[in-house]
Design a protein around this ligand. Sequence first.
Ligand SMILES: [Zn+2]
Ligand SMILES: [Zn+2]
Ligand SMILES: [Zn+2]
Length: 151
Amino acid sequence: MNAPVTSRPDIMAALEDRGHRSTAPRRAIIRILEGKQEGFTAEEIGKELPDVGRATIFRTIKLLLEADAICKLNLINGAPRYSLSRVEHHHHTVCVRCGNVGEFRAATVERLMRAIGSDIPGKIVGHRIELYVTCRQCMTPDQPSRNSEGP
Ligand SMILES: [Zn+2]
Ligand SMILES: [Zn+2]
Ligand SMILES: [Zn+2]
């Protein structure tokens, strides 16, 4: 319960805890993922690691998903994107133009989920929320920005 706030979970250790060997290709894949704050596709990883086979990349992604080290995001169109899971419970924004993945937490959403729990048959044990957005970089500068968040 006293984990240092700044430390990132050691992803390879998480895999080893689950009985998976620390191999050079797996370490190479994880190193690249850690540099990709904005999310990635399996194909992008493959391009950066031409020596690592596609099967190894997909298998490693599957292991990371099982270990909850990364999140899988289903895009409206296009290949699924993945992003490192940095906080325990969070939701995602995905840019529909460039695929940039963001994380957010919102107390309002959690309150809403608790509130509707009584209207839903059964017990809610979890939820996933993905908001599809046009990110700041993809908004054209000539569009009037009416929802500026101010300083
Ligand atoms: Zn996530
Ligand atoms: Zn974008
Ligand atoms: Zn939530």
